[in-house]
Design a protein around this ligand. Structure first.
Ligand code: SAH
Length: 219
């Protein structure tokens, strides 16, 4: 019961912040619309996969503390803190201005990022997990977008976070996204690749030889 009330309260605060951010769009520029639409798109793309993931039985995973730290940091840097700033103007002293074309480049990067985000979830299917882990029926996916790139979901998050300072014109809240995601990326990838190698052996070595980490391997 208490948990339900807590959730309802948090949800109410979230909606209030979204409404306030939209209301204040002129103070932050039209990039606000791009950023808020992106936040909802991410939630909608992820929701059905989260349900499937909840049914998986994990057999190996990175330390829960490390994962919690990384996920909280990324959700603060990419989501919660920018939203609070857009809604309240709290960090307005660190605002900068950009021409419309720069915001438009941010929007194009965002749309490409969202496409890749959706595509990589669709191709990974049941093998997706929000943390770095292997579950009992894990398969090695080497088709679809994974045929040429090993970490397309991380490519998508790089695109979204590189776009962040182009759509949110603030030195602190524009760059908190790429900074937080950058830390997650460099901590996770070595662990994730090591874990996949342990699980799939030479199949994973062959897969690595045929793919690029973030962009397709040339030649
Ligand atoms: N790094 C990938 C996947 C992110 S989701 C990307 O950026 O697209 C993280 C989980 O995906 C990991 O815990 C791992 O279990 C799983 N995973 C990563 N690559 C995979 C692959 N090629 N096939 C199956 N599962 C994979």
């Amino acid at each position: 019961m208490l948990k339900k009330v807590g959730f309802a309260l948090l949800y109410g605060v979230f909606i209030a912040l979204v409404v306030a951010a939209l209301w204040r769009w002129q103070a932050n520029g039209w990039g606000t619309f791009v950023w808020i639409a992106t936040m909802f798109a991410i939630m909608f793309i992820r929701a059905p996969h989260q349900k499937v993931y909840d049914r998986n039985e994990t057999v190996e995973k990175q330390s829960a503390q490390t994962e919690k730290f990384l996920l909280v940091m990324v959700s603060l840097g990419m989501g919660n803190l920018p939203l609070i700033h857009l809604a309240t103007g709290l960090l307005g002293f660190a605002d900068y201005t950009l021409p419309h074309w720069a915001t438009a480049i941010g929007a194009v990067l965002t749309v490409s990022g969202l496409y890749l985000f959706w595509r990589s979830h669709a191709d990974l299917g049941r093998n997706w997990s929000p943390t770095t882990e292997i579950h009992s029926e894990q398969k090695l996916i080497t088709e679809g977008i994974y045929r040429s790139i090993r970490h397309p979901m991380y490519t998508s998050l790089w695109l979204l976070t590189v776009a962040q300072p182009l759509v949110i014109h603030n030195w602190l809240m524009g760059f908190s996204g790429p900074l937080a995601f950058g830390i997650l990326y460099f901590v996770r990838v070595p662990y994730e690749e090591g874990m996949m190698r342990k699980q799939f052996g030479t199949d994973y070595d062959d897969y690595c030889a045929a793919t690029g980490r973030l962009i397709p391997r040339l030649g």
